[in-house]
Write a protein that binds this ligand. Structure first.
Ligand code: FAQ
Length: 332
């Protein structure tokens, strides 16, 4: 099913819609939630499977750069917090796979598409976490960007996705604070620790800006996804909000955002800032990111290593079902 996903470049006009599609659009415009068993245009279903599926993959792949630091966290308390955070990401992935499954795609199909490189995961998880300050930067910037994108998605038009987002956002805000807390500690530490925090900001700033997707002019899905209220804001709107929120946080830490063009623009009531290197972004999402092979190999290995357990579960479920049927026949 995933292989059949279409590319869209603009929203359908009313003249191009069938009567069913017009009635559907009117429900969306009234702010009604769409539930799995209700009629929906095929493009709406496919766009949701693509977005929710890729979002689920991002949560699961996103465990890897942080999981790498659980054994090396500097204190027992930091270890417990990081462990809880990484477990939360697994939970987010599971809610999201379940939401995608209500649209008629199986989790196995989604994972096969991830493992073969047909489906994407967030570009940010292509970047390595080299030291403990990076764990602070991931929580502060990556979870900060994730929340900026996900808070509006709580109002997305598809019921199961919207409900998953409400739960996920509560946990993401704890994640962002734990990252900022690590950065505060590092910045109040030795000059070497502060330099590590600055270096982490330098390396994660532009990849975090890329998380919001390409510039609006290059965003192929935004127009139709916004008409269907699958997306609530454009990529550039959210990127701007993220910069405006994060710059004062960096100042408070005594860190410098690595952008010489960063200035407050009184007229627009927001910062002017440099665009990320979009050629790097497109290379990353084409599968050529610095850690892509490592991330996919880790996921494929986890899937293969878990085969015996899935088979055991299925065999157990099969036997339990056979026993239930036999008992039912005996009782009749
Ligand atoms: N990375 O037309 P648009 C997290 C692709 S959760 C990779 O603008 P759209 C939690 C896009 O898929 C992070 N690919 O696309 C955490 C499309 O390609 P396709 C994940 C990207 O969908 C924290 C093409 O470019 N969050 O981090 C990216 O309308 C810490 C054209 O782009 C979500 O998934 C990218 N950054 O807008 C976990 C949120 N950007 O599919 C662990 C939900 C774009 O046609 C540790 N998703 N592409 O082959 C969304 O809001 C949207 O899908 C966007 C992209 C905004 C990401």
């Amino acid at each position: 099913m995933y292989a059949q996903l279409v590319k869209s470049e603009g929203a359908k006009s009313r003249e191009e819609m069938t009567p069913e599609e017009i009635a559907f659009q009117e429900r969306i415009d009234r702010g009604e939630k769409i539930e799995p068993k209700e009629w929906m245009p095929e493009g709406y279903r496919k766009t949701l499977i693509r977005q929710i599926g890729q979002h689920a993959h991002s949560e699961i792949v996103g465990q890897l750069p942080e999981g790498n630091w659980i054994t090396r966290a500097p204190t027992l308390e930091r270890k417990q917090i990081l462990l809880a955070k990484v477990q939360d990401e697994a939970g987010h992935g599971l809610y999201l796979y379940s939401a995608a499954e209500t649209l008629g795609v199986s989790r196995d199909e989604l994972l096969a598409a991830l493992h073969s490189g047909k489906m994407k995961y967030s570009s940010i998880f292509n970047y390595p976490t080299l030291n403990w300050a990076d764990i602070g930067a991931v929580g502060w910037l990556v979870d900060g960007a994730a929340i900026m994108n996900q808070v509006p998605l709580q109002r997305t038009s598809f019921g199961p996705y919207s409900r998953a987002m409400i739960r996920i956002c509560k946990e993401e805000s704890f994640h962002q604070r734990q990252g900022y807390d690590i950065m505060m500690k590092m910045c109040a530490g030795t000059p070497e620790q502060k330099a590590m925090a600055q270096d982490a900001l330098n390396r994660f700033w532009y990849p975090a800006l890329m998380m919001f997707g390409p510039s609006d002019k290059d965003s192929v899905h935004s127009a139709q996804s916004m008409a269907w209220k699958i997306k609530i804001n454009t990529n550039d709107e959210l990127r701007q909000k993220f910069v405006d929120q994060t710059v004062p946080q960096a100042r408070y830490l005594g860190l410098t955002v690595p952008d010489e063009n960063l200035t407050w623009n009184e007229d627009k009531g927001g910062h002017d800032f440099s665009e990320p290197d979009w050629s790097e972004f497109f290379e990353v999402i084409a599968g050529n990111g610095p850690c892509n092979a490592e991330r996919l190999n880790a996921r494929v290995k986890a899937w293969d290593d878990g085969a015996w357990f899935r088979e055991g579960l299925m065999a157990h479920a099969g036997k339990a079902e056979a026993r239930r049927r036999a008992a039912q026949v005996a009782a009749e």
